[in-house]
Design a protein around this ligand. Sequence first.
Ligand code: ADP
Ligand code: MG
Length: 242
Amino acid sequence: MTAIIEAHDVHKHFGSFHALRGVNLTVQPGEVVVIIGPSGSGKSTFIRTLNALDPHDAGSITVDGIPLNGKGNLDAIRREVGMVFQSFNLFPHLTVLENITLAPIRVRKASRADAEKRGLELLRRVGIEEQAGKYPAQLSGGQQQRVAIARALAMEPKVMLFDEPTSALDPEMIKEVLDVMKELARSGMTMLVVTHEMGFAREVADRILFFDGGNIVEDTTPENFYQNPQHERARTFLSKIL
Ligand code: ADP
Ligand code: MG
């Protein structure tokens, strides 16, 4: 099988701060990878390098055979990789449906009719078809995050990246977003998910990556990770969140 993500010896500095210190990762199509680790360990920085939101300084990253080298292939990468953030980042002045159809019309040159048809299908998939004509501010946080997922899916990405997608949500809304993500995982989507939702990780993750100090210090199955974390920092971390 050909890997969909290949990261080799990836480094990233912010000024003099060395945020990523030689990260290596290979992800196969359809894998669901959960990323955990202490605050400041480089989780967000790493997944942002995977769709070139932040360029890396050294090492190589290839997504679906496309090298991320900062040379004109940004559009291609952004089409391959969908991203969902903690803070939904919807366009406030556009309706839910317009949020979803904008990129397919502008970037993929879809017709408005096709983009809307597909947009409504995606809203049905995330369970909020009836909200299509509303503005983001009229929706709950959980509904906004489901719109953000639908918006990312509208570009038909091969990989979906999630950076703490439920961290800004009230507890009663977390499940509705995780349920959408579980369905997506079961549909075969390749997913990298930064989250501390351990129930989600146990249920759907194929692998757990534990970040510490700008690198992956454990890369194992959920069973192994929870029962027998190898790394002292992982043990301490688990004892705090479980
Ligand atoms: P995590 O997501 O694991 O909490 P981040 O990847 O956001 O960690 O950050 C890793 C480190 O890099 C932190 O020390 C953070 O302060 C630093 N960092 C992240 N983004 C920037 C930036 N744009 N400028 C300067 N430092 C940054
Ligand atoms: Mg982060």
